[in-house]
Ligand binder design. Structure first.
Ligand code: G3P
Length: 211
C-alpha cells in the first residue's frame, strides 16, 4: 500500500519526504485554510518536495468554474491531481477532465454507489473517508473492503485512497482491505515508527553493548 501524506504544511511534507517513503500528497480546503496561505503558492512548494501525485481541490462551484480552476491548477505541474467533490456536477467534471487527460481524485466518498459513479466517470483516484464513517458508528474498514472488491470484480483502474485516517488501526485496516493508498496525517505517520517494545529493546541492546 502506497503512503501519501495528508497535509498542506510544507515543513511536515519536507520532513516526511526525507524519510524516503512518501509517494504523494493530498490537501483539501480545510488543510490549506489551516496554513493561512494561498492554494497555488502551497501547491507550488509541494511540487518541489514530492515527485508523485499531489491533490489540489477545486472549490465546489458551477461546472465551468470548476473546469477552468482545474485547468489552471493542472498547468502548474505534471503531478497535480484535481480533487473534485462527490456531487452530480463533480462527477460531470470528473468525466470532462478524464477526456482532457487531467487526473482527478473524487473526494468525500462514503458509499459503494458513490464510488461506482466515480469509477465510471474515469476518476484516477477515489477518496473514501474512514474516520468520518467511524465517527457515526459506521465502518470505514468495511467500506474500503467493499470498494476494493468492486474495483477488482470489474477491473476499474481508479486507485483507492483510504482517507480521514486518524490512527494506526485505520492504517492497518486499509492495508488489510487491499487499499491502493493510505493518505496519512503527519502526526499519525510519525507515530507509526514507535512501539514501546522497540524502545525497550533498543535500551536493552544499548546497555548490553556498554558491558
Ligand atoms: O483526507 C481527508 C482528511 O483530510 C479528512 O480527515 O480527520 O478531517 O476526517 P478528517
Amino acid at each position: 500500500m502506497k503512503i501519501f501524506i495528508d497535509t498542506a504544511n510544507v515543513e511536515e511534507i519536507r520532513e516526511a519526504a526525507s524519510w524516503g517513503i512518501i509517494k504523494g500528497v493530498t490537501t483539501n480546503p480545510s488543510l490549506i485554510a489551516k496554513e493561512g496561505r494561498n492554494l497555488k503558492e502551497v501547491i507550488g512548494e509541494i511540487t518541489s518536495l514530492v515527485d508523485g501525485p499531489i491533490s489540489a481541490e477545486v472549490n465546489e462551484a458551477d461546472i465551468d468554474t470548476m473546469i477552468s480552476e482545474a485547468k489552471e491548477l493542472s498547468k502548474m505541474n505534471k503531478n497535480i491531481v484535481i480533487k473534485v467533490p462527490m456531487t452530480k456536477d463533480g462527477i460531470k467534471v470528473t468525466k470532462i477532465l478524464h477526456d482532457l487527460k487531467i487526473r482527478t481524485n473524487v473526494t468525500l466518498v462514503f458509499s459503494v454507489p458513490q464510488a461506482l459513479l466515480a469509477f465510471e466517470a474515469g476518476a484516477s483516484f477515489v477518496s473514501p473517508f474512514m474516520g468520518r464513517l467511524d465517527d457515526m458508528n459506521a465502518s470505514g474498514a468495511e467500506l474500503i473492503e467493499k470498494l476494493v472488491a468492486v474495483k477488482q470484480m470489474y477491473g476499474y483502474d481508479t486507485e483507492i485512497i483510504a482517507a480521514s485516517i486518524r490512527n494506526g488501526k485505520h492504517i492497518e485496516e486499509a492495508a488489510l482491505a487491499g487499499s491502493d493508498i493510505a493518505t496519512i496525517p503527519f502526526a499519525v505517520l510519525k507515530k507509526s515508527f514507535d512501539h514501546p517494545l522497540t524502545t525497550n529493546g533498543l535500551k536493552i541492546f544499548k546497555d548490553a553493548a556498554k558491558k
